[in-house]
Each structure stands twice: as structure tokens, then as C-alpha cells.
Write a protein that binds this ligand. Structure first.
Ligand SMILES: Nc1nc2c(ncn2[C@@H]2O[C@H](COP(=O)(O)OP(=O)(O)OP(=O)(O)O)[C@@H](O)[C@H]2O)c(=O)[nH]1
Ligand SMILES: [Mg+2]
Length: 339
């Protein structure tokens, strides 16, 4: 589901891992470090423990800086490139999180990673010039302190990135395929229709707002794969739309080739309201989008459905077709796709 974004650890955790790795690896390389130190000691005619201390400290710095910069780099790379998103994902991201802050957080991760790399080089130089083991100890302790304060600066940003990651992972996976969107009021049978048209089995319930996110499935129409989206019910309270309703609206506006608007003749919402929503949606769609109407629940409202289909109430403008039969709906989808 959604973007495969790496979940960042909390800032403290990176420090903990980096410092522990440095300690464990340097300890593990004790023998080879000592061997190298004794060569250096002979070459520069300096005390063995000083050379050994320098090599251990430089090696710790390499491990810490390498781990932190590669970790921060992986986080940045795993985020989608915000400026290259499709209109659907860009708008979804904009209503789901603070895009400006997200960009700033990623930039600060990049800045801190670079800062740590640069500073590590400077500290390694200082270590090379150290004259005593206590000076080496002082330098490495100061390095730890500086790294900690840089990573601490990321704490809030990382918490924000974790929140964005959770949301991005929940985004629906939308493919570049012809797209059919099922929409209408809550609790009128959208998901039931979706599961009849596809092999999907999402949750269906007798209360409104059962569908809390966009369900995606596929069907073959004239041997062509098309994508079909079941959207959360919308009440068209434009000023007060919640983020779930907004998702549905963004999908309608940016993805739909065909929209199936579901009418419910049992009238959990008065038909006049259902028609008003239909008109409102129609206005928002691109002119190229084909609109079809489906009358749900014919089995329990046969008379009402028949009356509606025969009467003048349902929209008939611009060749909009209405049906209560699944077979007929499939045929209408098929001819809309090929036209
Ligand atoms: N008898 C009958 N009941 C139906 C039909 N379609 C849907 N229902 C019932 O209507 C209720 C709502 O169905 P859903 O398919 O979940 O409706 P929805 O529009 O997706 O609802 P939200 O996701 O909450 O917006 C459930 O109790 C379904 O069993 C139908 O054709 N006949
Ligand atoms: Mg539903």
C-alpha cells in the first residue's frame, strides 16, 4: 500500500547505534589496529600507545560519520521526490501534511549529514596532530559532543518525518491505467458494487463511512486492464470536508476517466440531495470524464428504481446513462472505455 518510505528511527537511536558500532568494531579490530600502530610508532618514532589511541579514535570517527550520513541519506532517498509527483499524489500530499515543512526537514537531514562528514574530517586532522593520549581522548570526547548536538537538532524534524512516513505508507497505490471511480453518498452501496465488479472483498457495513480510504482493484475491459477505485462516501460539505472525503475528491478530479455515480432509491439521503451532489461532482470533473449512474439496491426497492429509471428525475444530459443492472453497467463501461 502506498509509498515504500523508510520509517526513520528517533534521533537518539541513531546516536546510540553509531556510538555502539564504533565501540564494538574498534574492539573487534584491536589486533589489526595494534599492528598498524606499531608500524606507525616505528616510522614516526613515537609512543605505541599514542599511535594506537590515534588509530582507534580515527576509526571510531569513520564508523560514526559513515553510519550517520548513510542512514540520513537512505531516509532522504526513500521519500518520493516531492516536485515530481503526479497531480493526484501531489494534491494528496498537500492535504495530508505540511509540504513546506517536509521539504525543510529533508533539507535539514541533508545539511546535518554533510556537516557531520565535514566535521569528521576536521577532527581526524586534529587527532593526527595530537601529542598525547590525553589530548586524543579530549578530541574524541569533544567529537562525540558535537555529533550529539548536531543529531539532537534533528529530533523534532525526525518526529515529523515519522508522521509523514506513516501517512505516505497509507496512500493508495495508483497505477497509470484507465481509471473508473465509484462515488456517491455514504452507505448507499458503493463498496458492494465495487466488490461485484472486481474480485476484491473490502469491508461492507450497514453504517455510513465504512470505507475509510480509497480501495483499488482491477478489471479487464475489452482485454484491457483498468483500475477501479471505490471511494469513501462524500457528503459534499465542501467547507468541512475531512481528509478522507478530500482524498475522494482529489481522486475524482485528477484520476477519473469514468465516474460511476451511485444513486440509492431507498433514500438514506433524499434523492434531491443525491442529485445535487451528482451535479456538483459533474461540475468538478474534466470534460473528458465519462459519467455513468448506477441505481443500487434494486432487490429491495424494485418499484422505486423502476419509477426513477422511467421518469425524468435522473440526469439524462450529455448522454449520461443510468442503469440498475450489473450486466448493463459492464457494457456501458466497456463502450465508454473504447470511445
Ligand atoms: N439489499 C441490498 N443491500 C445493499 C445493496 N448494496 C449495498 N447494500 C447494503 O447497504 C449497506 C452499505 O453498503 P456499502 O457497500 O458498504 O455502502 P458504501 O456506499 O460503500 O458505504 P460507505 O463506505 O460507508 O460510504 C450495507 O449494509 C450493504 O449490505 C444492494 O444492492 N441490495
Ligand atoms: Mg464503502
Amino acid at each position: 500500500m502506498g509509498f515504500d518510505v523508510l520509517m526513520p528511527e528517533e534521533a537518539d537511536r541513531y546516536l546510540e547505534i553509531a556510538f555502539r558500532r564504533a565501540r564494538v568494531k574498534v574492539e573487534g579490530n584491536r589486533v589489526s589496529i595494534r599492528k598498524m600502530a606499531s608500524q606507525q610508532a616505528r616510522k614516526f618514532n613515537s609512543p605505541l600507545n599514542l599511535e594506537e589511541g590515534k588509530l582507534r579514535a580515527a576509526s571510531k570517527i569513520n564508523i560514526i560519520s559513515g553510519y550517520l550520513s548513510s542512514s540520513f541519506d537512505s531516509i532522504m532517498k526513500s521519500f518520493p521526490s516531492i516536485d515530481n509527483l503526479t497531480p493526484f499524489y501531489r494534491q494528496l500530499l498537500e492535504v495530508s501534511m505540511d509540504k513546506g515543512r517536509l521539504k525543510k526537514c529533508l533539507a535539514s537531514l541533508n545539511w546535518i549529514a554533510k556537516r557531520i562528514t565535514k566535521m569528521s574530517g576536521e577532527y581526524k586532522e586534529r587527532i593526527k596532530r595530537a601529542k598525547s593520549t590525553s589530548q586524543v581522548r579530549g578530541i574524541i570526547n569533544s567529537y562525540y559532543g558535537r555529533v550529539k548536538s548536531l543529531v539532537d537538532q534533528l529530533s523534532d524534524n525526525i518526529l515529523f518525518l515519522r508522521e509523514c512516513t506513516r501517512k505516505l505508507r497509507k496512500f493508495p497505490t495508483i497505477k497509470e491505467l484507465p481509471t473508473i471511480i465509484i462515488t456517491g453518498f455514504p452507505n448507499i452501496g458503493k463498496t458492494t458494487l465495487f466488490s461485484k465488479l472486481t474480485s476484491s472483498k473490502p469491508e461492507i457495513n450497514s453504517y455510513p463511512f465504512t470505507t475509510r480510504r480509497i480501495n483499488v482493484s482491477y478489471m479487464l475491459i475489452n482485454k484491457e486492464k483498468v483500475q477501479i477505485l471505490d471511494t469513501p462516501g462524500t457528503l459534499a460539505r465542501f467547507e468541512k470536508m475531512n481528509s478522507i472525503e478530500r482524498q475522494a475528491w482529489i481522486a475524482l478530479k485528477t484520476l477519473s476517466n469514468i465516474v460511476i455515480y451511485v444513486f440509492d432509491a431507498t433514500e438514506p439521503y433524499p434523492l434531491a440531495m443525491q442529485l445535487a451532489l451528482f451535479e456538483r461532482i459533474k461540475k468538478e470533473l474534466s470534460p473528458a470524464t465519462r459519467l455513468l449512474c448506477y441505481m443500487s439496491k434494486e432487490d429491495i426497492a424494485e418499484k422505486a428504481v423502476e419509477k426513477l429509471l422511467k421518469g425524468d428525475f435522473l440526469p439524462k444530459d450529455k448522454g449520461i446513462k443510468c442503469t440498475s443492472k450489473l450486466q448493463e453497467l459492464r457494457r456501458l463501461i466497456s463502450s465508454s472505455i473504447s470511445s
